[in-house]
Design a protein around this ligand. Structure first.
Ligand SMILES: [Zn+2]
Length: 98
């Protein structure tokens, strides 16, 4: 058993999904299009939920904004509307490289 902090925080399913989400979202923030310091964000703030509908790319700045109390209701609605768009879902389902 590993005592590494990262391993405890994120499940393996997140490590597997992460590269697909980065490619799906073109390594760019889905909120502002910035390609600076892209991170894979958990839309419902639950780090155990690695569904492709719950993950999206945010830049470092937007990721910090997403954590603000005032954004915790509106942003999940907006971001999950993006991840459930058919063209976005299809990019993962058909295999991103095809
Ligand atoms: Zn951004």
């Amino acid at each position: 058993m590993s005592w590494e902090l990262g391993s405890l925080e994120y499940p393996d399913s997140f490590r597997e999904a992460r590269p697909y989400i980065l490619e799906r979202d073109y390594y760019a923030c889905v909120k502002c299009d910035s390609e600076e310091s892209p991170v894979v964000h958990h839309i419902d703030y639950n780090k155990q939920n690695s569904s492709i509908f719950n993950l999206c790319v945010l830049c470092h700045t937007c990721n910090a904004k997403a954590e603000l109390e005032e954004n915790r209701l509106a942003w999940p609605v907006e971001l999950s509307a993006y991840t459930s768009r058919l063209d976005v879902v299809r990019r993962v389902l058909i295999g991103i490289h095809k």
